[in-house]
Design a protein around this ligand. Sequence first.
Ligand SMILES: Nc1ncnc2c1ncn2[C@@H]1O[C@H](COP(=O)(O)OP(=O)(O)OP(=O)(O)O)[C@@H](O)[C@H]1O
Ligand SMILES: [Mg+2]
Length: 195
Amino acid sequence: MAVRISFLNQKGGVGKSTCSILVGAALQSAGYQVQFEDMDPQGSLAMWVSHVGKLAPLPEGVAPDVIICDTPGRIDVSASSPDPFFRDLISRSDRLVIVAEKSLFSTQASIPMIESVKQFMSPTARAMILFNKVRRRTLVGGQNEEEMGRDLGLPVLKNSLPLAAAYESTQIQGFSVVVSKNRERIFSLALEILR
Ligand SMILES: Nc1ncnc2c1ncn2[C@@H]1O[C@H](COP(=O)(O)OP(=O)(O)OP(=O)(O)O)[C@@H](O)[C@H]1O
Ligand SMILES: [Mg+2]
């Protein structure tokens, strides 16, 4: 059975599509059979896979090991009247990666999503927070991640992603522009999500 990894946050611009691309491309280059599913009408992931990354679709009859699912911002995450699309998406995911910037404002804005994930996720799934666009040298970027995770009630992935020009460049130049430490970090992140 394929492991479905969904990248989520109703907050826009936190890096859901970028992290979907990076993790999916890393797993594919490590030999996993990866299927990409773009649930966002903006279509960033689908466009990237076919036109920028030029990733070959899975050959017919080959079952995926991993399904990478990019999801839209702007979805109703209110626990009282959850969007059925969103509820279904959460319940079918094996890994729920809530992408947030490492800031008080971004984590606060992610709370409704975190609560909905906890409410609707399958008992066998794993939910986690991925800090993206981290600037370590600032006071905000240096905050203790374990403590932040405890406050939010979900574990924080050890492999966070810094704000890095290479990660931004993937959207027009593909995964090959991510090299050395930045590339190693993506592989570690992908395996940490998967395990
Ligand atoms: N770690 C990073 N370092 C530098 N730039 C980044 C990083 N992650 C994302 N970006 C940039 O931030 C912008 C927003 O990223 P992205 O489109 O992935 O966010 P999103 O959460 O998918 O947005 P939306 O909610 O609109 O779908 C993009 O220009 C992207 O290249
Ligand atoms: Mg997106």
